[in-house]
Ligand binder design. Structure first.
Ligand SMILES: [Zn+2]
Length: 252
């Protein structure tokens, strides 16, 4: 019988953050690929695009004109997935046809007035302003009585369904915790209560020792491809300093 080898034999890997197992089939990477191939899009965007609804001074489809902003610019998404208004709701659903209304606020954050930039091309000073904006929004939105979760994210590229190439991200603030976030919180707490140390701290220490999946690290952060990654380019950014949330990041 062959001896088990992680690079050859199908196996399951445990994701301790979600308490779930994923299937890994390393031998499948050897099969010939005749499916879709993505070509690299040519990027020849101008610094200002008069037809872009995120560029400074331009008018959006709902008729509102953007400020002549010079660094970050935040506005409420004109096509919000979540709505602020409270609705009257009688919870008389059956077990198998269960639903609950969800309230929230969706914002758009333009990182720069320059249409042709992306985050890694921006100066450290400009990036600091982006993080400061995230911190402010996290604090302001999080203080609203019906908001219990604030998600800051960027969907980038047309493959990801990003509708505009202008450098921007989104913030979703909502009344309930998304399932994966709730599960992660529960599992982090469970680990801490049983081992008396943080799961991510223990995980990072071992990854930094193994040095198999560390993409990059500096004094403050490490980027690893998680042991339980599902996607080929999946990465996890872990702060080396214990912080509860983004407001505790310093300019250092
Ligand atoms: Zn633009």
């Amino acid at each position: 019988m062959q001896k088990f080898n992680t690079t050859e034999h199908p196996h399951r890997r445990y994701n301790p953050l979600l308490d779930e197992w994923i299937l890994v089939s390393p031998h499948r990477a050897k099969r010939p690929w005749q499916g879709q191939k993505e070509s690299i899009a040519v990027d020849n965007r101008p610094e200002y695009d008069p037809s872009c609804y995120l560029c400074a001074g331009n008018t959006r489809s709902n008729g509102v004109q953007n400020e002549a902003y010079t660094d970050c610019f935040v506005f409420e998404n004109d096509f919000s997935a979540l709505l602020k208004e409270e609705v009257a709701f009688d919870d008389n659903n059956s077990d198998l046809f269960n639903l609950k209304p969800e309230r929230g606020i969706n914002k758009v954050v333009c990182f720069s007035p320059k249409h042709n930039l992306t985050l890694p091309e921006m100066s450290i000073e400009s990036l600091e302003k982006v993080v400061e904006t995230w911190k402010q929004e996290y604090t302001t939105l999080g203080a609203i009585d019906y908001i219990n979760y604030v998600q800051i994210f960027e969907n980038k590229g047309s493959v990801m369904g990003c509708s505009n190439p202008h450098p921007h991200g989104q913030i979703w603030a909502q009344s309930s915790l998304p399932t994966q976030v709730q599960k992660t919180q529960d599992n982090l707490l469970k680990y801490y209560n049983s081992k008396n140390t943080s799961l991510l701290k223990a995980y990072l220490e071992q990854e930094l020792e193994l040095k198999e999946r560390v993409v990059i690290e500096n004094e403050h952060f490490a980027v690893v491809v998680p042991f339980w990654a599902i996607w080929p380019y999946e990465t996890l950014v872990i702060s080396k300093r214990h912080v509860e949330n983004i407001t505790q990041f310093t300019s250092e």
